[in-house]
Design a protein around this ligand. Structure first.
Ligand SMILES: Cc1ncc(COP(=O)(O)O)c(C=O)c1O
Length: 436
């Protein structure tokens, strides 16, 4: 058989990637019959692995009934059901839901929400948005404008410089204690709000634990509580982007619950449907939704596919699957196993500067040596390539933090991964780090 030609605009010009033909759990098979272990769910998408039978069944059932409604004309049953289920699992009281198709879209909807909320409250000047470096909130103009990432470089002329406060833990070379790091990051966030003028700031956007940027940077205890206090004090909405941390990834439904914090808005995506259909959404706390619903036109924004019945049906089934299969507990247990294994690998390699994360979201920072903590240039690409040699997929997280280019990789296997498969992931990763 001749090699296929790829006429899609790929990110690997001149090179055709292996053709995936089947997926099950944390495994993918390619057209040449090779088996791969997907330990990062592509880009942290596969919350219950590939092709979970109950999700596939929910999709089929809904597809035979109704596949589309336009939100300005009809409601639909799966959407009503999912909004109700989300109320049960939301860490915010009396949450209301809104649905989109991608993480970037839900962040855009959250930006829409900020504007409409403050207009309705008679404070239309509160349009300023503050976010952090490093961070990643998506590729659309509003979401990329919030992102503190090198991915914005090519489009800087289009973007607002929203990302200005530091994400705690991003510079391990600073060697601050968690208490110092927390105080530093909160002081910088407060300074950013004050410099912008609190009366003009509408919201702060935060990933509870970072994903694509920074490789699972996990805040010190007290940080998210401190952000909550600052947001309350300066009358600013606290928006948590849980695109990566939502739907059980850290062992709780949403990452922010690990610190018992109630934000005002949560965005979610990826894991909500585990790759069955593109789908995402946003939750607004009751006190926020109540203001929006005072408007005669409520929340009049959205995209053609907002409230997509297929996505809602799969999302509702996802919540039942996580409950029935006790996957929050499994994420915590397998996460502890994964973490212990990563610490063991770190102990045996001078090039692992830090292991971080929570539950089944774990990052490894690669350094020259543990004394200097200098980033090991090019190490991420080498480790990812060596892992591929072993048919192990891990996520590459090269992140710019000031003048420092952090080298790191990340793991995000499915919440239902088995103990034996965690061991396989660890063995292959150890081999890859050794080889690289
Ligand atoms: C925290 C976060 N927000 C938003 C997005 C954007 O999601 P999408 O690629 O589905 O638009 C991502 C993607 O990685 C993300 O990690």
């Amino acid at each position: 058989m001749s090699d296929p030609i790829d006429f899609s605009l790929t990110a690997t010009p001149g090179r055709v990637l292996p053709t995936a033909v089947r997926g099950e759990g944390c495994r993918i098979w390619t057209s040449d019959g090779q088996e791969w272990i997907d330990a990062c769910g592509g880009a942290m998408v596969m919350s219950v692995g590939h092709c979970h039978p109950r999700l596939v069944e929910a999709l089929k059932r809904q597809a035979e009934q109704l596949t589309f409604t336009y939100r300005f004309s009809f409601s639909n049953e799966p959407m009503l059901e999912l909004a109700e289920l989300l109320r049960e699992i939301s860490p915010m009281p009396d949450s209301w839901a809104f649905f989109n198709s991608s993480g970037s879209e839900s962040v855009e909807s959250a930006i829409n929400l900020v504007f409409l909320y403050w207009q309705e409250r008679g404070r239309p000047e509160k349009t300023g948005l503050i976010s952090r470096v490093p961070s990643y909130h998506g590729s659309t103009v509003g979401a990329l404008g919030l992102s503190g990432t090198a991915r914005r470089d090519d489009y800087e002329a289009l973007l607002d410089p929203n990302a200005i406060a530091p994400t705690p833990g991003a510079d391990i070379g600073a060697r601050r204690t968690p208490v110092e790091e927390c105080a530093y990051a909160l002081a910088e966030l407060e300074a950013a709000i004050v410099a912008r003028g609190p009366e003009t700031v509408g919201a702060v956007f935060i990933e509870p634990i970072t994903g694509a940027s920074g490789a699972a940077l996990t805040p010190p205890d007290g940080y998210l509580q401190g952000v909550r206090e600052l947001c309350t004090r300066y009358e600013v909405l606290m928006i948590c982007d849980e695109t990566i941390t939502g739907f059980g990834r850290t062992g709780t439904w949403f990452g922010v619950e690990q610190w018992h914090v109630e934000p005002d808005v949560i965005t979610f995506a990826k894991g909500v449907t585990s790759g069955i259909v593109p789908f995402s959404g946003m939750l607004a706390a009751g006190h926020v939704a109540e203001v929006l619903m005072r408007r005669p036109d409520g929340f009049p924004v959205g995209h053609t596919f907002s409230g997509y019945p297929l996505g809602c049906a799969v999302g509702a089934e996802m919540i039942r699957v996580i409950r029935d299969e006790q996957l929050l507990d499994n994420a915590a247990a397998r996460g502890a196993q994964l973490r212990a294994g990563l610490e063991h690998i770190a102990a045996g390699s001078p090039h692992v500067g830090q292991v971080r994360g929570m539950g089944l979201l774990q990052g490894i920072e690669l350094v020259e040596d543990r004394e200097s903590l200098t980033p090991r240039a090019g190490a991420t690409a080498r480790v990812v390539a060596a892992a591929r040699e072993q048919h192990l997929m891990i996520y590459s997280c090269v992140t710019r933090v000031g003048s420092r280019v952090v080298e790191a990789v990340m793991l995000a296997p499915p919440l239902n991964i088995s103990e034996a498969d965690v061991d396989i992931v660890l063995a292959r990763l150890e081999g890859a780090i050794g080889a690289a």
